[in-house]
Ligand binder design. Structure first.
Ligand code: CDP
Ligand code: MG
Length: 663
């Protein structure tokens, strides 16, 4: 009970400490005094953050409650400060580790370096991070992310990273929620962690939701474990209800338990400035052009201050940067002071640093970003936000078994968050240039739909099965997935031979698949410049190929897979892809001139994406990795196949649907 009390620290006075009530704390509670790293300016910065006033309160609530839900404006210091407070209070003593999860890789890296800098240590020492194939804990860096062979980029999702770790010297560890789930396969109760902070919980990614469900289970066995659920916009009441509702708790009512099971809710009051919202009067059609014009208009008419533009993905960010650079160059007005930078996951370290570095005097930074800058990362100095009001979202239709990446309107909650980015340093302005005010008010949903309810659930099911959760339909989800989607996933896994008649993982195939789920895609772009860039990346990635191959070899050895080279026989590779993605097979109608394909399942109309090297080649049979909807449904990452392979690799599946693959 005394682990966080430091000499001189006062017991905080709770203003409203009723069960289930929101706990607001007076600012007189701040008593964090005994921190000293010799970094005065950084220390001052830390103390200026809104969360600092709540330091004692947070530590008290974490001590006394199994779950603490913390809501606070982006930039208030939740992610960078709370793990440090916990460490200072002793939660990392005795070799225990404080974990903080993020849905995005880039945020994990950025936050870990910031916290390491604040603590005056190197990343990989007391502060570490782990994302897929990159483990910067214990000073051991394991593996990298990409494996490229002959233009085929094989991206290996998940590996048994944690099993390679020897001993954790790291006190604070940032990691993606997906990586924490993988760690559960080796250590189901996550015993080395004293506190797990599930950050950005409002994003409701599939991994976050699975993690929340499993953490709730773990709490039953580990009364020493503390959870913090944090976010800028989370619906704290419903999250609290989820953690509080427990089966089999009858008889415990009225008994004072320590820690208390009823989650505590803490609201960190922010210090955002007012943001004026501007809408277009008429909807626009060319949104890249509209974004560029808006930025140039702000630059021309408005006082200094950086601009943040929200777009949907790398493609339209690149297009906007190109157009903005051209127009700024040829514009008669003074556009010389613009520094134009992209922000999306997959940026190099150097590119990331540019985005976060302070804007030189007399210049204006324009950051063109995906929704990563919505809540995950704080950019200083933003005064203007230009918001498309859209993001790329996954939508899955279990009836047709088609998962689409669709550019769709964001929720009102997200739009408010985006606008809020303009009010960090002084009153700002937000331009919503793709829809009118009336459309926003009437048509835009208040909250987004959790990813779990709009995705294909194949890998989710494998993960839960591997963790021994057999009754997946009865699992305690924060938001239940549609039963049709669950049934589809079970069906595909059965056809793949991963699950048996009792829906249990088969031995050895099912267990092996769970250990190394691979996802493969082909990257092929038409444009020569991009192709050259891709080759350059390939050259740089070569070293990583060796590393990642070595890791795969070790996993294969451990789980008893015999390695055999396919030499230069690429057919074997294509067959392997077919074995994994047979459900995504499509054929082109005989003599079709239009480039139209039909999916074998559901006879949906689809087209090869123009960026594919197979665009215009039009092989008769193809398998795609993903679908993107714009004016049509486009297949991305496509390979050609021989239809006879389908019967060979998935006889259950194709007989079951009574298909005749020989067209
Ligand atoms: O998590 P939350 O949005 O509440 O805030 P945070 O990420 O902890 O950020 C707190 C402060 O640290 C902000 O002023 C950020 O600008 C700063 N920070 C930074 O300078 N560099 C980073 N990589 C992350 C945060
Ligand atoms: Mg944060």
């Amino acid at each position: 009970m005394s682990q966080f009390w430091k000499p001189g620290a006062e017991k905080p006075r709770l203003l409203d400490d009723e069960e289930g009530g929101v706990v607001f704390l007076s600012s007189s509670l701040s008593s964090a005094s005994s921190i000293g790293y010799g970094y005065a300016s950084i220390e001052k910065q830390r103390q200026r953050l809104p969360v600092y006033k709540y330091r004692t309160a947070i530590l008290y609530l974490v001590e006394t409650h199994a779950t603490t839900i913390i809501v606070g404006e982006t930039g208030s210091g939740k992610t960078t400060q709370i793990p440090q407070y916990l460490k200072e209070a002793g939660w990392a003593d005795g070799g225990r580790v404080i974990a903080c999860t993020q849905p995005r890789r880039l945020a994990v890296q950025a936050v870990a370096s910031r916290v390491a800098e604040e603590m005056g240590v190197k990343v990989g020492e007391e502060v570490g991070y782990t994302i897929r194939f990159e483990d910067f804990t214990n000073k051991v860096r394991h593996l990298s992310s990409y494996l490229s062979i002959f233009g085929v980029i094989i991206f290996v999702m998940h590996a048994g990273i944690s099993s390679l770790a020897v001993q954790d010297l790291t006190a604070i560890k940032f990691l993606t929620d997906g990586v924490l789930l993988r760690e559960m396969m080796d250590d189901p109760l996550l015993t080395k962690y004293s506190v797990i902070m599930v950050d950005e919980a409002h994003e409701r990614s599939i991994s976050t939701d699975i993690l929340l469900g499993l953490l709730k289970k773990i709490q039953r066995c580990r009364s020493d474990l503390r959870l913090i659920i944090s976010s800028a916009t989370i619906e704290a009441k419903s999250m609290s209800a989820f953690f509080h509702a427990r089966k089999g708790r009858r008889g415990l009512e009225g008994v004072e338990l320590v820690p208390r099971l009823e989650p505590a809710i803490l609201s960190v009051e922010g210090r955002g400035f007012n943001v004026q919202i501007h809408y277009v009067e008429e909807p626009v059609s060319d949104y890249v052009q509209a974004a560029v014009s808006t930025v140039l208009l702000i630059h021309d008419k408005e006082p200094p201050g950086d601009i943040l533009v929200f777009l949907t993905g790398q493609d339209d960010i690149d297009a906007t940067i190109q157009l903005l650079t051209e127009e700024a160059r040829t514009s008669k007005k003074n556009s010389s002071g613009l520094i134009i930078l992209p922000l999306y996951s997959g940026l190099s370290r150097a590119e990331q640093e540019q985005v976060f570095s302070p804007t030189p005097r007399g210049k204006r930074k324009v950051v063109i970003s995906t929704n990563i800058a919505e809540t995950s990362l704080t950019l200083e100095g933003i005064v203007y936000v230009v918001d498309s009001g859209f993001s790329k979202q996954r939508f899955y239709n279990p009836i047709s078994d088609i998962e689409n990446l669709v550019v769709a309107p964001i929720s009102k909650a997200s739009a408010r968050q985006r606008a809020g980015r303009a009010g960090r340093v002084r009153p700002g302005k937000c331009y919503r240039w793709l829809y009118t005010e009336e459309y926003f008010v009437k048509e835009i949903p208040a909250e987004g739909i959790p990813e779990m309810q709009r995705s294909n659930l194949v890998s989710c099911v494998i993960q839960l099965k591997a963790l021994g959760i057999d009754n997946i339909l009865g699992f305690d989800w924060p938001a239940s997935p549609p039963p049709e989607a669950m049934i589809r996933a079970l069906e595909v896994l059965y056809s793949l031979g991963v699950l048996d008649d009792d829906a249990k993982l088969t031995s050895p195939t099912g267990f092996q698949v769970a250990e190394i789920p691979l996802s493969i895609w082909v990257s092929g772009r038409g444009a020569q410049k991009e192709l050259d860039e891709a080759k350059l990346r390939f050259a740089a990635a070569e070293k990583k190929v060796i590393e990642i191959r070595e890791q795969l070899r070790r996993i294969a050895q451990r789980i008893g897979i015999v390695m055999k080279s396919c030499e230069s026989d690429m057919q074997v590779v294509r067959k392997a892809v077919t074995a994994g993605f047979f459900a995504n097979a499509c054929y082109s109608e005989a003599y079709s001139q239009s480039g139209m394909y039909k999916t074998v399942r559901g006879s949906q109309e689809v087209y090869i994406h123009p960026s594919s090297v197979l665009f215009r080649v039009n092989p008769k049979w193809v398998i795609y990795h993903s679908l993107v909807s714009t004016d049509r449904q486009y297949m991305r990452n496509v390979i050609s196949i021989d239809p006879s392979w389908l019967l060979e690799v998935a006889p259950h599946f194709y007989q079951q649907h009574r298909l005749n693959p020989i067209h």
